[in-house]
Design a protein around this ligand. Structure first.
Ligand SMILES: [Zn+2]
Ligand SMILES: [Zn+2]
Length: 164
């Protein structure tokens, strides 16, 4: 979605809200496509004393897969982003500046980048997920390990030490 900010650019105090949905189902994270539902973007561009500020929030519910126990679960995800829209670079500023092209800004591109940057490298169903047993594959959150208790000789030694 592109927004023409020509009027906003020349009217201090003016603001314009925007709402749209975008499809990010093509994004791959860890070999998966977790953004299977539409992403809703809400935001505003406003002229504050001659400076154009853009703020947006992109949110959806991910079809996430836990990295530890491989369970699929719904994960609400929201990314916020803010920048200044300008016609030319202002080098004396630390703010994030996005350049306008013919007085328009590609809001979908901004929202897409913000959303990607907000994705977590590691997704867990819960911070204390117990994961899968490396031996029997049991999901230790839901069931006990089915491995035979073949005691490791090193552990046996430790156990005997502890028994004393
Ligand atoms: Zn998990
Ligand atoms: Zn096991």
């Amino acid at each position: 979605m592109r927004l023409n900010v020509n009027k906003l650019l020349h009217t201090p105090g003016k603001r314009e809200e925007f709402h749209f949905t975008m499809d990010l189902s093509d994004l791959t994270f860890g070999g998966m496509h977790p953004v299977s539902r539409p992403v809703a973007v809400d935001g505003v561009v406003r002229n504050e004393a001659g400076v154009l500020l853009c703020e947006l929030t992109a949110q959806t519910t991910l079809c996430a897969v836990c990295d530890r126990c491989l369970t699929e679960f719904d994960l609400p995800k929201s990314a916020s982003y803010a920048c200044i829209l300008a016609e030319e670079k202002q080098f004396d500023d630390n703010e994030e500046i996005v350049l306008l092209e013919d007085d328009t800004v590609d809001l979908a591109a901004l929202a897409r980048t913000a959303f990607i940057l907000a994705m977590d490298m590691k997704i867990l169903c819960s911070p204390d997920c117990k994961g899968l047993c490396g031996g029997c594959g049991a999901n230790l959150n839901a069931e006990p390990c089915r491995c035979k208790k073949e005691t490791d000789p090193r552990l046996m030694k430790l156990a005997s030490l502890l028994e004393r």
